[in-house]
Ligand binder design. Structure first.
Ligand code: CTP
Ligand code: MG
Length: 269
């Protein structure tokens, strides 16, 4: 690891092992409410997807980038084709696949399109459009150092409670009953890109293929599936600008980050 650091960006450790980045951009963006796929929504004069792709390419960790777009989409495919033409020599191969009806289906569609010989894969939400390159690098470095699964996380700032529905008797007072307070120092908010040894992630998604509808609906990230295999998952520090653009408020925050005094892609920590 020490040596790898000293070698610098041109011979990034993860580039010597063949690394791919999957960008999942096939969601519909219901909660953002823009009436178009979220990846297509404007942010700072561009689309959310273009910001996400520029972050991936700037990090220089990937030999291949595979983007999952909504089935039947033509607009995002056209944008990706334009982006690919503008890439300088030595940039990653960019491929596009049709996503599925859940995020996990979209990840599986992209996994099936990775080149032979891929050793590591980072799975990234297009919705985390402003994730700094340093986070991609931290994840790739942990994989190169031997981790089979790595996630970027942030400490939780709110106090987190667990709740249960009331049995009806207290419904007039409040609809939910607090059942406990989670120990905040042990909690982390999880972001993407999440990095994996490819063989491990393939195994995890294969196991998830046997889930019933309820179990499948409960899958919100890839690391969850790897945890179910009993494979250790390691956490590195994420970044607050990696926020997931989910609601209109998140879009306002992302616009604010781009327009702020520190400019595009200011890097924290
Ligand atoms: N995603 C995907 N395929 C799906 C669902 C989601 O590729 N079938 C991607 C989204 O494009 C996004 C990431 O997974 O980059 C995280 O999902 P989320 O933030 O929930 O995005 P959407 O599903 O588009 O939003 P919503 O749930 O509000 O409809
Ligand atoms: Mg969604």
């Amino acid at each position: 690891m020490q040596n790898a650091h000293n070698l610098g960006r041109m011979t990034h450790p993860s580039k010597r092992a063949v690394t791919a980045v999957i960008v999942v951009a096939a969601g519909s963006g219901e909660r953002l409410g823009y009436g178009m796929p979220k990846a297509q929504v404007p942010l700072g004069g561009e689309t959310i997807l273009m910001h996400a792709l520029r972050g991936v390419v700037a990090s220089d960790v990937a030999r291949q980038v595979c983007v999952a777009v909504p089935q039947g989409d033509t607009a995002l495919r056209a944008l990706i084709a334009e982006f690919t033409v503008d890439l300088v020599d030595g940039g990653p191969e960019i491929s596009v696949v049709d996503g599925g009806s859940t995020r996990a289906d979209s990840v599986r569609a992209a996994l099936a399109a990775l080149e032979d010989g891929t050793e590591f894969v980072l799975v990234h939400d297009a919705a985390r459009a402003l994730a700094p390159e340093r986070v991609f690098e931290r994840v790739a470095e942990a994989l190169a150092a031997g981790a089979k699964a790595v996630i970027p996380t942030m400490p939780v700032v709110d106090t987190i409670k667990t709740v249960a529905g009331t049995d009806g008797a207290d419904a007039l007072i409040a609809p939910e009953l607090v059942t406990g307070t989670a120990p905040r120092e042990e909690l982390r908010a999880v972001q993407t890109p999440q990095g994996f040894e490819l063989a491990t992630l393939l195994r995890a998604h294969e196991a998830a293929g046997l889930f019933d509808g309820k179990q499948a609906a409960a899958v919100t990230d890839d690391a969850m599936l790897v945890e179910l295999l009993g494979v250790p998952v390691h956490a590195v520090r994420g970044a607050s600008q990696s926020l997931k653009i989910t609601t209109p408020l998140d879009l306002i925050i992302a616009e604010g980050l781009l327009e702020g005094p520190l400019g595009i892609r200011w890097v924290e920590g």
